[in-house]
Design a protein around this ligand. Structure first.
Ligand SMILES: Cc1cc2nc3c(=O)[nH]c(=O)nc-3n(C[C@H](O)[C@H](O)[C@H](O)COP(=O)(O)OP(=O)(O)OC[C@H]3O[C@@H](n4cnc5c(N)ncnc54)[C@H](O)[C@@H]3O)c2cc1C
Length: 406
């Protein structure tokens, strides 16, 4: 049986692509090697943070990272090895750390981020879903005076920013201590609970007739005459008109198509716990210098951090969890973190934070939907919509936001 569209990968990008393809009249099947309860799209911070935040490769990033490394507070860690692709990625990352690139990325972040917020609100209303969506800003808390001063110097527009001294910061984040320098509320950002997005989207897609083939890993791909014919799994092979590769940091399909994606897995961790309600952050919060997010959820709170490059070890490494907690506790008052759940996942990270979306050059029924790095939840609806437009309308406007074209 030949299917219509097969999406490989049921992370947030696969689910949103399936949603907009279904809405545009296609019959979609999702294949995932897991059961869609634990991928990167589940345990992340859930910040929808496309406004007024720089890309990871901003001017000065290397000096800042080295300074934090010396203090033992850097989120970044490199496992040096023999993989030349990681060195190539780092070289491109450093080349992108310039003012021109940063400004271009921030313009695109804003454009696609606003579209995503509009689409999140529409999905919530159309499908009657609860994503625990709050459009109440992102509080950037600074532990370094120079980075706080720099942010404040760019934060004069009161429609977009609120500059907070330590006392005001404590109103928004009662658990913070006096060692912080201050904070800036980025008013246009929002947040969701990623688990609710994933569970809600899965439910909505099932209702819309999307087929799920779970616990099934795609291990090979069959090509013929400029087309992908089928994807192969240990038990079966599945033919379709169109294939979408939404496999996050894993790139088997691209490799089979002999495409070398410039993307690296960047491992991150989260700890979810119960805490005193009155100490919970009032909105999503990021300790900007240490890249530690502290986000409120209905019954719990979550801290997430770390950017480990050069590893694909799927285990939660205790040392990394302890390092996150130690750094977090330096800037918070003591409180009990009860019923802790530890988690790790891999960001599909490109060197300039541009996603990899678009058709394969040689196989025009193979479409890539990956490379969302640390912003996958932020852009998921607009990426899903773009994927549907690429397939249905041969739309080209996405090219400005695709790492394949810059
Ligand atoms: C610690 C941390 C915090 C983060 N915080 C935020 C945040 O606050 N805001 C934000 O916007 N983003 C955040 N992110 C990034 C975000 O989580 C990712 O960008 C996003 O989840 C990527 O989604 P995805 O669908 O591309 O990949 P995934 O969620 O990884 O999904 C890919 C799926 O493909 C499947 N798959 C892979 N290979 C195969 C195969 N061969 N066969 C079958 N199935 C396969 C996998 O099982 C998986 O389910 C964070 C990430 C981390 C790690």
């Amino acid at each position: 049986m030949k299917r219509d569209v097969i999406v490989i990968g049921g992370g947030v990008i696969g689910l949103m692509s399936a949603y907009y393809l279904t809405k545009s009249g296609r019959k979609v099947t999702i294949i995932d090697e897991g059961d869609i309860t634990s991928n990167t799209s589940f345990g992340n911070a859930g910040m929808l943070s496309s406004f007024d935040k720089t890309p990871l490769s901003y001017p000065g990033v290397i000096a800042q990272t080295l300074k934090l490394m010396a203090k033992g507070e850097s989120p970044a860690q490199l496992h040096f090895g023999l993989d030349w692709k990681l060195y190539r990625w780092l070289w491109k990352f450093m080349r992108n750390a310039n003012e021109t690139r940063m400004k271009k990325s921030m313009r695109l972040f804003e454009q696609y981020g606003q579209r995503s917020l509009d689409l999140y609100e529409q999905i919530i209303s159309d499908e009657n879903l609860d994503f625990d969506y709050h459009h109440d800003g992102l509080l950037m808390v600074y532990t370094e005076q120079n980075s706080f001063d720099l942010k404040v110097s760019h934060a004069q527009d009161t429609n977009r920013f609120e500059i907070c001294d330590v006392a005001k910061t404590k109103e928004y984040l009662p658990s913070v201590n006096d060692k912080i320098k201050g904070s800036v509320l980025l008013k246009k950002n929002a947040h969701i609970d990623p688990q609710k997005v994933m569970e809600g989207m899965k439910k909505a897609l099932k209702k819309l007739g999307v087929e799920f083939i779970l616990n099934t890993k795609v291990t090979d791909v069959e090509f013929n005459n400029g087309k992908v014919i089928s994807v192969i799994t240990p038990k079966d092979s599945y033919e379709a008109q169109t294939f979408v590769m939404a496999t996050g940091y894993q790139t088997l399909m691209a490799k089979k198509a002999k495409k070398d994606l410039v993307m690296t897995p960047a491992k991150g961790y989260s700890v979810t716990f119960k805490m005193p309600q009155e100490l919970k952050p009032k909105m999503s919060t990021l300790f900007a210098d240490m890249f530690i997010a502290f986000t409120p959820r209905k019954d719990t709170a979550r801290i997430t951090s770390k950017l480990e490059l050069g590893t694909t070890n799927p285990e939660v490494v205790k040392k990394q969890i302890e390092s996150i907690k130690t750094n977090f506790k330096r800037y918070t008052i003591p409180f009990e973190m009860e019923e802790q759940v530890e988690w790790c996942g891999f960001r599909p990270l490109t060197p300039n934070d541009m996603p990899l979306i678009g058709k394969d050059e040689d196989y025009d029924n193979l479409v890539y939907a990956t490379g969302l790095g640390w912003l996958g939840m932020t852009f998921a609806p607009s990426i899903g919509e773009s994927i549907a437009n690429i397939i249905q309308k041969d739309d080209k406007s996405y090219k400005s936001f695709s790492g394949f074209y810059q």
